[in-house]
Design a protein. Sequence first.
Length: 350
Amino acid sequence: GERAVWTFDMDTDNHQIKRVQLKSVEFTIQLLPSKAPTVPLPRHFYGELAKTDDGCAILSQSGHVAELVASLKDPTAVPLEKRAALWTLGHIGGTNRGMDLLTSHADDLVECIVHMATSCDLLSLRGTSLFVLGLIARSSAGKRALSHAGWAVPRDPLASVAVPNSVATLFVWPTATPPYPSDLVDVSFKPFVSPHFVKSAKTTAKTKEILRLVGDLSSTISQKEAGASLNRMKGSHPELFEDTETALAAHTILARYHYRLSARQFVMNLFEKADLSNAALNSFLWQGEDPQQAAPQGGRRRRSSVSAPSLSSTIQSLLHSHSKETVLATARHIPDHENTIFVGASEAMV
């Protein structure tokens, strides 16, 4: 243990001790840790399997690793699915056996995760990728792969940290330039179609009931009963909650009325399988074949109800005039690479 030096003063008279006083106590306190502090990681089922040869054989035969890699590279996969795949692959790659298993399925897996950590449009996926690369850095094989990719890792295998040699690459954000003017115009602009859901030809009694129940969620008195009814309807008619137009009308209601955060999250989870990509929304908001205004073509991208900012805070109702039939909207189409969805509707339900 640590040693201490105690110093005393003594008063004597005729060789007799009259008083003893403690003058000082000297000891050494170690302020800095002797080694880098580490936090033990919680055990992961797939990570524990990857520590043994038999476990790696089970993972290889199950086909789950190939599915996780495919989900990670799939541009249409929702962010929640990508994050789940990232964490699982990171725990598997934390051992040499697991890293060899991952390399046998995808030689460029580390490069793919590095690209997501430095270039992904969603900051949540960037952060997850950074933590996952730290998990991969726990294995010697992962250290070599990260070193080849231009990343630095500590010597301590328990540190679980990895940073690029040029830290500035983590904070590079592309500057987006709108391809078309974004001035506001009124509803007389022909290509825009107001999403009056209740006036749509495909409106049914069940979809009207869904919107009515979504409206009831704004009241604390009817919230519990409305939530239970919506859960029952989703169980019996899940296809109604995958319809883009129904989801668009529901989010328009959320934008117009006051809801608690838990109620908003509940509605987002109800329509989590609806296609709310910008390309899908353009098909409802724009019409005609004008090349300047036509919706961009390309792959359909689904967003996670949890991660996509467009489903809660960025879906906005634009300014309404006193006339119920006046709608304001942006005069440009919505590029698929943007995350913000602008929706203007004078009525979402009757």
